[in-house]
Write a protein that binds this ligand. Sequence first.
Ligand SMILES: O=C(CO)[C@H](O)[C@H](O)COP(=O)(O)O
Length: 325
Amino acid sequence: MQLGMVGLGRMGGNIVRRLLKAGHHCVAFDRDTAAREALGAEGALPVADLPAMVAALEAPRAIWIMLPAGAATEEALVTLAGLLSPGDVLIDGGNSMWKDSVRRGAMLRAKGLHFLDIGTSGGVWGLARGYCLMIGGEDAVVRRLDPIFAALVPGKEAAPPTPGRTGDPRPEQGYVHAGPNGAGHFTKMIHNGIEYGMMQAFAEGLDILHHADSPTLPEDQRLTLNLPDITEAWRRGSVVASWLLDLTAQALAQDPQLEGFSGHVSDSGEGRWTVQAAVETAVSAPVLSAALYARFTSRDEDRFSGKVLSAQRKGFGGHLEPPKP
Ligand SMILES: O=C(CO)[C@H](O)[C@H](O)COP(=O)(O)O
């Protein structure tokens, strides 16, 4: 199939690479000439602007926007909406606020265009491991683009089968049609809220292990523990084994004191929106809320737990913390 990709950063570039590997034809645009030329050398068709992308694709077109949530995504979407023809599909694969996706779906529908909001998880590892996709939009459009999604997801072999499971086979490949517009990004928002809570749990536990030799403790109760070895052992057969733990163990193996991290942890919005959603539905979410607030607190403290969180964010998303003010 043909797909246009707008935004060739850490996620967009690798999505194009994975599609090319599966034999799809990709038209690639980024404001950075070097980024689009690099993809051109790997088999995509690089274009210099959005009108050129629209001209290079056959109708009905499908264009995937993979840009930071907010103004950049809005601008690309509005520009493309003015260039596309009825029946074409716009996809937002970024971490947009789900209410924006509800609004954008209605705005595009009024022009005869289709919209899919796709929460995309896999970060910098997606090229090799595949991407978990959480899709919002019309069923017929989701099914039309199935060859694209099937090429991007990790596939059935990525996890053992769930005993007793029946129904839609797509989730077993790593993608779910979650509902109408908004449902994809809502689902990804909650995925990220859970991610905050899991990260924080590891960070706090490791911080306690890190301080088990504290001089404030009675001498015979001080323990000097080897965190790289402990996390490595936990990866095998333990209840907390997970990809987040794999990444944590990897970071600790490379830098046992996590000296490369300040302890200041950033956030890009989804944790805040998760807490807002909990408030709007009167659902008690103390762990996810505390995990968000812990990130705010981290900006005034240099704790080991903050360094663990930063190491995890760098591990899955390639995120680098800004220098401390
Ligand atoms: O979606 C992601 C992982 O699933 C991104 O890496 C996201 O940036 C993580 O959120 P935050 O930047 O707030 O830590």
